[in-house]
Ligand binder design. Structure first.
Ligand code: SAM
Ligand code: SF4
Length: 355
């Protein structure tokens, strides 16, 4: 397996960047005309699992506790972002449910207003302890949930996540299914020789619980930097496997969504495929990210971060926060270029970037 080269993410202040022509007001637009509406907020880099495609088994370098954004700081960034046109916040991590004040974070973010009304608040979680938190999360204003599950086999799950917790994840999914929170989505990373013989079973499981399964192509974001293009399962292979069980028809109207959606046997069941590697959706990307330690990122694969932390902890005011949001978006490249030989994998693993 050929490892992807690594680069450290330079952190530079906003005034060190080319910002000629950057709009000082209006929506968060980049130099390619893409308007940004979606902010992914990572609440922690810690996790209750150790998925092989995301984190190392041991020796992870955790973010310093003093650099983790407080809830007041997160809400402040969210408020400024919403005023500039962000309409959806997605809470992620690491595992967002490990944040001790998660219900308070949800409640406060759900109260943030954009010029068009309240924002949508979504969360991506591994599902562990979801049953315990869900009633309070819904009461606090959570609108949507994505739960990750890559296998229904206990031994495989233990190997893949290095934790024997499939039962806890299934309990979390059952709680979400019973809650009536819809649409409910289940995420699965398709992996050769790991779960590629389970794709149909995963879709059937999702249909049973009233959710949509979304397959994700494995991306070069693992902390061990062992990803290889040759080893990953492609969109085409996923669709070929599903076609052997169902009639698979593409749904039109994807917009800026990362997942292509397909109807199975004429419906109502659907499945999604997020083909970030083989069919990237960069041209319509409207997402940006805030890491748990206050770094803004304009792409999952970016090797540059925009350091908001000193601005939040100085007297720069909301104008300084807005300027950093704008320069982060303005500096966005047209695409991630995973297939380019010069591609460099970001130094941080997915758990620290925020998936
Ligand atoms: N811990 C939560 C979870 O697993 O849902 C939230 C964070 S996790 C980083 C967010 C999503 O990223 C999960 O659905 C996970 O499967 C996906 N993910 C992590 N590493 C990935 C990789 N290398 N390629 C593709 N997807 C990945
Ligand atoms: Fe944790 Fe999610 Fe990464 Fe798995 S994918 S190790 S659950 S952050």
């Amino acid at each position: 397996m050929v490892a992807v080269p690594v680069t450290l993410a330079p952190r530079r202040p906003a005034d060190a960047r080319a910002t000629d022509g950057m709009p000082a007001s209006g929506p968060l637009v980049d130099t390619h005309g893409r308007v940004h509406r979606d902010l992914r907020i990572s609440l922690t880099d810690r996790c209750s699992l150790r998925c092989t495609y995301c984190m190392p088994e041991q020796g992870n370098e955790w973010l310093a506790r003093t650099s983790i954004l407080s809830t007041d700081e997160i809400v402040r960034v969210a408020r400024v972002a919403a005023a500039a046109g962000i309409t959806t916040f997605r809470l992620t991590g690491g595992e967002p449910l490990l944040r001790p004040d998660i219900v308070d974070v949800v409640r406060r973010l759900s109260e943030v207003e954009s010029p068009d009304g309240p924002v949508q608040l979504a969360m991506t979680t591994n599902g562990i302890r979801l049953g315990e938190y869900l009633p309070d999360l819904i009461a606090a204003g959570l609108n949507r949930l994505n739960i990750s599950i890559d296998t229904l086999d206990r031994d495989r799950f233990r190997e893949l996540t290095r934790r024997d917790r499939l039962g806890d994840v299934l309990d979390g999914i059952a709680a979400a299914a019973a809650s009536g929170l819809r649409p409910l989505k289940l995420n699965a990373v398709a992996m050769r020789g790991v779960n590629d013989d389970e794709l149909v079973d995963l879709v059937e499981f999702a249909i049973e619980v009233g959710a949509e399964l979304r397959f994700i192509e494995q991306m070069p974001l693992d902390a061990g930097h062992t990803w290889s293009r040759a080893h990953m399962v492609t969109r085409e292979e996923i669709l070929e496997t599903l076609s052997q069980r169902w009639g698979v028809t593409a749904l039109p109207g994807r917009g800026g969504a990362p997942a292509e959606r397909f109807v199975l046997d004429g419906g109502p069941a659907t499945v999604g495929v997020i083909a970030s590697v083989t069919a990237p959706f960069c041209g319509n990307c409207d997402r940006m990210r805030l890491t748990a330690d206050g770094q803004l990122r304009n792409c999952l694969f970016s090797t540059t971060e925009y350091d908001l932390l000193p601005i939040l902890r100085s007297d720069a005011g909301d104008a300084g926060v807005e300027r950093m949001l704008r320069s982060c978006v303005f500096g966005k490249l047209p695409g991630h270029a995973i297939d380019d030989p010069s591609f460099l994998q970001p130094a941080r693993g997915m758990n620290a970037i925020g998936g």
